[in-house]
Design a protein around this ligand. Structure first.
Ligand code: PMP
Ligand code: GLN
Length: 385
């Protein structure tokens, strides 16, 4: 059979996690916390099963959870979306992104994506018959070159995909970025898919500038979020997408056949938990301390950290250590030095030549971060610094 995705193999996250397991390396590759969600939240989800919430949830999601999400958005971004017509619960952000792209992109439509890009965007565009138009972020800051984005718009451009805070770049939009984004979307009547899964993982007193705060931009946008990031529970694969009613109704046409509805007890437990928890208020400081601890511990190594303004990822330049390409370096490093990292080139269709940058996930306990940093320092200077 002819493959619909001939260039897709196992994701780099699966490859590097498998390498970590094989070599008993510390896994700083795939993005997930090595600590558990709040015991109270776990209890509430288990309790929901005991309470009999074990059959299909409504297609758009458990209404009290959609209400809790709308309330949270109101508190964070000053605009309360309508839980009935503008909020849909998804099976993680990945499924929301996929269904949104299927709903918005017709065969032959051009879709601008900013590279490096999260790995699910490209195959989702291709399966919709869309034409991906990659625009590189500037190096080494991983910022959007809006002039370049503007020049990439054609009469066939349907959708622009942004990710703020950015995985893997660690960069965060400024007010100027948001203004330029707004101008391009509104002037060209584009649709915007704004991936904001790291909304709360943002550092050094920066605000998260959500598309949801701008009514004109929101009118043309679908915005994805992930409970996995906010509640340290990536394995639950739960999230939500927020969009104006007209786009939400198109989204739900795809969602109901792509999934129908999300795991019911998780939704009931999350809704009960969110009644009186605002844990996201502390997330930025929580992860900022981890970033500072880990990058501080790496200061004596040959890895050079790039600025990290948000997400739980940091980028490290390893050019002082090796001239291998990033994939070879990561596989060898996991095997020989006992730390699994992520190469950046798989986030590009065609990576810039000679890029010697890897990504680390610092969503780990201090003990694990200390151990990993020790291995990375001694790998830098095998005969002692
Ligand atoms: N978008 C980005 C930028 C991500 O980094 C991730 C997961 N790491 C996702 C989407 C997917 O989120 P989920 O696990 O909720 O599907
Ligand atoms: N989003 C996670 C990351 O960037 C991985 C998700 C996955 O493994 N598919 O590491």
């Amino acid at each position: 059979m002819t493959s619909k995705l001939p260039d897709s193999g196992p994701s780099i996250f699966a490859v590097m996690t498998a390498a970590a397991i094989e070599h008993k390396a510390i896994n700083l590759a795939q993005g997930f916390p090595n600590f558990d969600p709040d015991p109270r939240l776990r209890h509430l989800i288990a309790q929901a099963m005991e309470d009999g919430y074990n059959q299909y949830a409504p297609m758009p999601g458990w209404l009290p959870l959609r209400e809790a999400v709308a309330d949270k958005i109101g508190r964070c971004y000053g605009r309360v979306p309508d839980p009935a017509s503008e909020v849909t619960i998804t099976a993680g952000a990945t499924q929301g992104l996929y269904a949104a792209i299927q709903a918005m992109v017709h065969p032959g439509d051009e879709v601008i994506l900013l590279e490096p890009a999260y790995d699910s965007y490209l195959p989702s565009i291709l399966l919709a018959g869309g034409v991906p138009v990659p625009v590189p972020l500037s190096l080494p800051e991983f910022r959007v070159d809006w002039d370049r984005v503007r020049k990439s718009v054609t009469p066939r451009t349907r959708l622009l995909i942004t990710n703020n805070p950015h995985n893997p770049g660690g960069s965060v939009f400024t007010a100027d970025d948001l203004r330029k984004l707004r101008d391009i979307v509104l002037e060209n009547r584009l649709l915007l898919l704004s991936d904001e899964v790291y909304e709360h993982l943002i550092f050094d007193d920066r605000p998260h500038l959500s598309v949801l705060a701008d009514p004109d931009l929101f009118a043309r946008s679908m915005v994805t979020f992930s409970f996995g990031k906010t509640f340290h529970a990536t394995g639950w694969k739960t999230g939500y997408i927020v969009a104006p009613a007209s786009l939400t109704s198109e989204f739900r046409k795809v969602h109901q056949f792509n999934l129908f509805s999300v795991h019911t007890p998780s939704q009931v437990g999350l809704a009960r938990y969110m009644e009186d928890q605002r844990v996201w208020d502390e997330l930025g400081a929580f992860y900022q301390a981890k970033r500072d601890f880990f990058l501080g511990a790496l200061a004596g190594s040959a890895f050079r950290a790039l600025p990290c303004q948000g997400t739980y990822f940091a980028l490290l330049d390893y050019s002082a250590l090796s001239d291998e390409n990033d994939r070879t370096f990561c596989l060898r490093f996991a095997e020989e030095c006992g730390v699994a990292l992520i190469p950046i080139s798989p986030f590009y269709r065609e990576a810039p030549p000679g890029m010697r940058i890897v990504r680390v996930c610092f969503a780990k306990t201090e003990e694990v971060l200390r151990q990993a940093a020790e291995r990375m320092v001694s790998a830098s200077y095998p005969d002692g610094p």
